[in-house]
Write a protein that binds this ligand. Structure first.
Ligand code: NAD
Length: 491
């Protein structure tokens, strides 16, 4: 292993995972559920690494009761300032445990350890952002009082285990709700650790509960539960559709859904000759081995720009594919056998119907049972075919040429998803036209070749089309987790 970058000593692959993180966390304590358990597999080796509880409907019931009981008690009395202080104390505890959280991501879903640490280190910024907005939420700008929605059920995916959970739950807690979290069955342990850290930071018991289990058991029970006031979901579009059905059939609760994507990146004619853009284009497509909801997995270049794109991306493809414990690794394995099989299926379609250009290969010394896949370009894919239309969630980037701006907008907007887009170009007017023409939640406009998009925490956005709905981020995102109550006084 290359150990030139300083990271702490990591445990061996076969060191046991903490037993305390294999069970749910309900009412401020560990709760064991279950005759059944689920096996975790290390994606870097394909080996079983432990088991955790399959909580199911019984655990969801217990967690909802705890969350409901916690609503009117100490949590309500703490008030806005108290909530803010608790969130900041929790953020500080998370900052103390970055190494442990990163290790869990590395072993459970193959996140490269350096990348995992870098992202988790942003947690205090994210939580602090919501904590700082609590006073604004309390202001009665429009005369209505904002009430917490009550018990909110959060269901999350695995691709950035800690960040996915925090992005979902930090505003839920900041808005004064209580929480039942059902994390992905691929990455349960970091979620339990986050709940324990909240308890250590002083959150009253019952405010933050975690139930472990599969989607069709624990997840479905949470979505349908009549004692849950709202569902906040991050995950795939088909699961989002199932959640709407469940929440409508057994009760009638609001849902917010952050679902899949197939986001385009468009290079304008004024940028196609700039070699400095390609590392950024590569990063946007292949970060986390392409397992990123907003991965810019469709590249659109002006006609005649294909060679420049292939040359530029070949030169930019210097991210080592490797063991995720190695601090130098930038591309780890895919997170699961299922994800690996999905990517292989799309690769087969690409080999059959288009041209595949590998950018870097999987080194031969990695365990063959690991779920590794190197980054590849796909040329000549049909606009209406699966490679351009469907989310792959892996390291495949389609590259297409457009004729003019109208053509670029039409191609970029054509598809079922509407999460994000990137425009590489200095022509502000063209960028504005593209932004107006795309039904997406957020757009990065990169006007100088070496610039890169920053974190835009304070700006609200809402996914479009089958990428979901519900405002996220900023004060509007926080307010969406409350319900306005109109009180009129007649005397
Ligand atoms: P998934 O939909 O399979 O699972 C997400 C969560 O839903 C998991 O906790 C799972 O157990 C649960 N679940 C599954 N079936 C359920 C059911 N019937 N009822 C209730 N819950 C159920 O998605 P995934 O494979 O974990 O994650 C990848 C997907 O997530 C991709 O589509 C990706 O684009 C999306 N994602 C979106 C965002 C975003 O912000 N838009 C962020 C990250 C990931």
């Amino acid at each position: 292993m290359n150990s030139s970058v300083a990271v702490p000593d990591l445990p061996a692959w076969d060191s046991p995972l903490p037993e305390a993180l294999e069970h749910g966390w309900i009412d401020g304590e560990t709760r064991r559920f279950g005759r059944d358990s689920i096996v975790s597999v290390n994606p870097a080796t394909g080996e079983d690494i432990g088991r955790f509880d399959e909580g199911g409907a019984m655990a969801i019931d217990a967690a909802v009761i705890a969350a409901r009981s916690a609503l009117p008690g100490e949590w309500a009395r703490i008030g806005a300032a108290g909530r803010s202080g608790l969130l900041l104390a929790w953020a500080a505890r998370i900052a103390d445990e970055i190494d442990q959280l990163a290790w869990l991501e590395t072993i459970e879903v193959g996140r490269p350890v350096t990348d995992a640490r870098t992202l988790i280190a942003q947690a205090p910024l994210l939580i602090g952002h919501y904590a700082s907005m609590i006073p604004a939420l309390e202001e009665r700008a429009d005369g209505a009082v904002r009430r917490p929605r009550g018990v909110v059920g959060a269901i999350t995916p695995w691709n950035f285990p800690t960040a996915n959970v925090l992005i979902r739950i930090a505003p839920i807690l900041a808005a004064g709700n209580t929480l039942v979290l059902k994390p992905s069955e691929l990455s349960p342990r970091s979620a339990v650790l986050l709940a324990k850290l909240a308890g250590e930071a002083g959150f009253p018991p019952g405010v933050f509960n975690v139930v472990l289990g599969a989607g069709h058991t624990a997840g479905a029970a949470l979505a349908a539960h009549p004692g849950v006031d709202m569902i906040a979901f991050t995950g795939s579009t088909p699961t989002g559709q199932a959640i709407i059905q469940a929440s409508a059939s057994a009760s009638l609760k609001p849902v917010m859904l952050e679902c899949g994507g197939k986001s385009p990146q468009l290079v304008l004619p004024d940028m196609i000759g700039e070699r400095a853009i390609w590392p950024g284009v590569f990063h946007a497509a292949f970060w986390n081995t392409g397992q990123w909801c907003a991965a810019r997995s469709r590249l659109l270049v002006p006609r005649g720009g294909l060679e420049a794109a292939i040359d530029g991306l070949r030169a930019a493809a210097d991210w080592p594919v490797g063991d995720p414990r190695d601090p130098a690794t930038r591309l780890g394995p895919l997170a699961s056998r299922k994800q690996y099989d999905t990517v292989q299926r799309f690769r087969e379609i690409a080999h059959r119907t288009a041209e595949v250009v590998p950018l870097s290969a999987v080194p031969g010394d990695l365990p063959p049972e690991g779920f590794y896949a190197g980054p590849e370009l796909v040329l000549g894919a049909a606009q209406d075919g699966a490679l351009v239309q469907q989310e792959i969630f892996g390291p495949l980037l389609t590259v297409q040429e457009y004729d003019d701006l109208d053509d670029a907008i039409a191609m970029a907007d054509d598809g079922p998803y509407g999460l994000g887009a990137t425009v590489w170009g200095a022509d502000r007017e063209a960028a504005e036209r593209i932004a107006a023409g795309l039904r997406v939640g957020s757009i990065d406009v990169i006007a100088t070749p070496t610039a890169r998009p920053g974190l835009a925490l304070g700006i609200p956005f809402e996914p479009r089309k089958q990428s979901g709905f519900g405002v996220e981020g900023g004060l509007a995102g926080l307010a969406a987790l409350t319900a306005p109550q109109a009180i009129t006084h007649a005397a």
